[in-house]
Design a protein around this ligand. Structure first.
Ligand SMILES: Cc1cc2nc3c(=O)[nH]c(=O)nc-3n(C[C@H](O)[C@H](O)[C@H](O)COP(=O)(O)OP(=O)(O)OC[C@H]3O[C@@H](n4cnc5c(N)ncnc54)[C@H](O)[C@@H]3O)c2cc1C
Length: 750
């Protein structure tokens, strides 16, 4: 049974407080025929309620963030890591900073806000805004180190006397005072344009916070409107204040790119919405959280609204596709605020009522950790693909079924080729590399491509294909192309041309065009960067998406070919990339891998073997291969197959990708891993080696893995140094080749 086709795309911009709830809800109950895509600039989204606690040192970064990679995986959603820079409402696409536009049928915006800049001169380069929070946290990490080192006197100015600024100041103060060697050379100054701090709170609350700040030695400068910022200097009229660090926590401002979208905005640039959370100008666009301004219910910006809007947004997204009456959301006028005082105490305030105490912080802590836990501890994933249909008898499911039954009558053979309309739309204006040795390529297509092999050269050929290992088709294209070129680099060849082999599922044409185009544009980013010309391909229909490339390369006839089975005894074995993509991608499938582990695996899979191949060759390698599906053990055995040599591997030197040992310890392995374990018959395994943490890495199948070269011992160190200098930081000398008649071709040393 094939998957339900994608009929509608819901695209979520920003992993804000509402969208994480939408994703969780769709993970619990998906909608047949509907695909969710989250676009966010980071793989983790911070939970604002815990930000002051994170600064004060009460929480770790992990505790204060929601990991969007397992969450989107759980939701069955695509995740695209990029910056949204615009929306084209006419052709319904989202414009991204680095990747091609993403089409939508229904759009929801939850990108939050950034501190207001009030067009102040010099602000851009001279202050650290509190948002984007992750950027702020990176800066805070460096500042923390500076404070802890206690070398120099540091004057920190915090601009913004609202709740955010006051909480942040008290949190920084707490961090400073909690250091074992309490520094007395850090000065904090809170600066605000208003006559009093917290002028939107009751007088009692404002007074109490003023008292707390004074008790803690913070200087307060009220009625100080910043008119200009220079390097390490704040200007307010005639007043000049010098600081080593200027932190900017003024009231929320709208993202500037919204102005170009044509969406109806309020006077401050936020998206105006109706009671159903729909844009006033575009009813297929929803907006929630800080970025939205409800026309009928203006409210201050606070995370609590984004949280409360989530259930209504989730239902309205479903209703918009299935039909029915949209729900209305009415935000409460007074809401409970729990404002922390930095030292694990807090003040609760609602309307005119307020109360202070440690128990209030404990209560806030319970609310915050309870909220975030919902997204950290996800229910076990359903592995039955048909589960998406359970209990859902929807209009979309019916149309998906109709689509499928029509599609099931489709022909095989040549009739299974994807239609020319889809192809020509997907291939239109692709940015292709022009090479002199490509006589007929995709720019003037014919029955076949024609590529010349210059005199004195040989043509090197290889092929590989995959199912998607990541949900972003553009990224999938980049990784697949990179993997396919690996064989050429292992042989010491210069890549020349590529032919795509694509299978696309039975989806509506417009969805197919975009899927194919995204994959090809991703692949072209890799191919073009390496001077490879995409000269043709074949696209057919099938039960699921696959992408592969047949690649050709050139090599000098006289040049020594780097074969895999020409190892020499005494050589050192150098591996150029860390191991673990198999187990990590398997864990990702189950939503059990941390986002940063998958990010590390993706970075490794995107690293080209181009320079590594050249470095290995320039150090007189006797043999080389690339590590792919058979894992390190399988490919090393291929190298040793016809020789009288064995390899001694130093288990401590096997480099794991971050998280790979964790997922292996959980018993999570790729489906190919058990087959690869059969290679262990040819390995001498001691009890120590068997229990070594890196042992399972030997059998882990790699996607776009590194090169394994055998280098004369006297050149191994310089080869390794060159590899590391060129960015192959995980490179290691993992063992040596030894002359031996032993039947066991690999010995493991611990
Ligand atoms: C110091 C401080 C403390 C605060 N404490 C509290 C509190 O205790 N309680 C409370 O209710 N509120 C608090 N707030 C306010 C709170 O931060 C916001 O109201 C809340 O975060 C808004 O939530 P949101 O869901 O709209 O967006 P956010 O939580 O800001 O989420 C937006 C997401 O979208 C992503 N994003 C943004 N722009 C783009 C783009 N162009 N492309 C791709 N991705 C993008 C961001 O990376 C982020 O992951 C505090 C604010 C500050 C500064």
């Amino acid at each position: 049974m094939q998957d339900t086709p994608v009929l509608k795309d819901i695209v979520l911009l920003g992993g804000g407080h509402s969208h994480v709830a939408v994703l969780r809800s769709f993970g619990m109950q998906s909608l047949a025929g509907v695909r969710l895509t989250l676009i966010n600039r980071d793989i983790e989204t911070p939970y604002s309620g815990m930000l002051p606690g994170l600064i004060a040192g009460h929480y770790t970064a992990d505790e204060g963030h929601i990991d969007l990679i397992p969450l989107t995986r759980f939701a069955g959603a695509r995740f695209i890591k990029d910056d949204v820079i615009g929306i084209n409402t006419e052709n319904q696409t989202v414009l991204l900073g680095k990747q091609p536009p993403i089409p939508y049928d229904l759009l929801s915006i939850n990108v939050g806000s950034t501190p207001h800049t009030h067009q102040i001169a010099g602000l851009k380069n001279n202050v650290i805004p509190v948002k984007p929070i992750n950027q702020f946290l990176n800066h805070w990490e460096k500042l923390q180190e500076r404070i802890s080192a206690q070398r120099d006197h540091i004057k920190i100015g915090i601009v913004g006397g609202g709740v955010g600024g006051v909480e942040l100041t008290l949190a920084i103060d707490h961090f400073i005072k909690s250091l074992t060697l309490k520094p007395d050379n850090i000065d904090l100054t809170l600066i605000t344009a208003s006559e009093e701090i917290l002028d939107d709170q009751t007088k009692n609350v404002a007074r109490r916070f003023r008292q707390l700040l004074i008790e803690r030695g913070v200087e307060i400068r009220t009625s100080t409107e910043v008119t200009e910022v220079r390097p390490r200097k704040i200007i307010s009229g005639d007043l000049e204040l010098e600081f080593d660090e200027i932190l900017w926590v003024t009231q929320a401002g709208a993202p500037a790119w919204l102005k170009t979208t044509g969406l109806k905005l309020d006077a401050n640039g936020f998206i105006l919405t109706n009671n159903h959370l729909q844009s006033l100008s575009n009813n297929n666009i929803f907006a929630v959280g800080d970025v939205a301004a409800m026309a009928n219910h203006p409210r201050p910006k606070a995370g609590v609204f984004a949280v409360r809007q989530a259930p209504v947004l989730t239902k309205n997204l479903r209703i918009s596709l299935l039909g029915g009456k949209l729900l209305a959301y009415r935000p409460q006028r007074h809401f409970l605020k729990l404002i922390s005082t930095g030292d694990k105490s807090a003040i609760a305030t609602r309307g005119k009522w307020s109360m202070e105490g440690r128990w209030i912080w404990n209560w806030k802590n319970w609310i915050d950790t309870h909220f975030i836990d919902k997204y950290k501890t996800l229910p076990k994933m359903q592995t039955d693909k048909n589960s998406v249909r359970l209990g859902i008898n929807t209009k979309l499911l019916k149309s998906a079924d109709t689509h499928l039954s029509e599609e099931s009558m489709r022909c095989g053979g040549c009739s299974a080729k994807v239609g020319s309309d889809v192809l020509s739309a997907a291939l239109k204006d692709l940015p292709l590399t022009d090479r002199n040795d490509v006589v007929i390529g995709l720019d003037h297509p014919d029955d076949a491509a024609l590529v010349s092999v210059p005199n004195g050269k040989l043509s090197v050929l290889s092929i590989d294909a995959f199912r998607p290992m990541v949900s972003d088709p553009y990224l999938f294209g980049r990784i697949t192309a990179n993997h396919c070129l690996g064989d050429l680099y292992a042989m010491g060849a210069e890549p020349q041309s590529a032919m795509a082999i694509v299978t696309l599922p039975l989806w509506p044409e417009n969805k197919l065009v975009n899927e194919l185009r995204q994959m090809l544009l991703g692949a072209l980013q890799t191919l073009n960067a390496e001077g490879v010309s995409l000269v043709g391909g074949h696209t057919s229909e099938g039960s699921e998406t696959t992408l592969g490339f047949s690649v050709t390369g050139l090599i000098d006839k006289d040049k020594k070919l780097l074969r895999k089975a020409s190892v020499q005894p005494g050589d050192c074995l150098i591996l150029t990339k860390a191991l673990g993509t198999g187990t990590l991608l398997a864990a990702h499938m189950r939503a059990e891998a941390k986002g940063r582990w998958i990010s590390a695996a993706v970075n490794s899979m995107l690293t080209s073997n181009y320079k590594a191949g050249a470095i290995i060759q320039s150090h007189n390698a006797s043999a080389c291969t690339d590590i792919t599906g058979f894992g390190l053990a399988g490919h090393l055995l291929e190298m040793l197959k016809n020789s009288n040599d064995t390899a001694a591997i130093n288990m401590d030197e096997l480099p794991p990708i971050e998280g790979a040992i964790d997922t292996l310890n959980l018993g999570i392995v790729s489906t190919l891993h058990p087959q690869n374990e059969r290679f262990s018959k040819q390995i001498e395994i001691s009890d120590e080696a068997l229990s070594h943490t890196t042992f399972p890495l030997l059998f882990d199948p790699q996607t776009s893995g590194g090169l394994l070269g055998t280098i004369p011992a006297e050149q191994a160190d310089s080869c390794l140094a060159d590899l590391i200098a060129q960015g192959y930081e995980s490179s290691r000398i993992i063992g040596t080749v030894i002359q031996s008649e032993s039947e066991q071709k690999i010995t493991l040393r611990t």
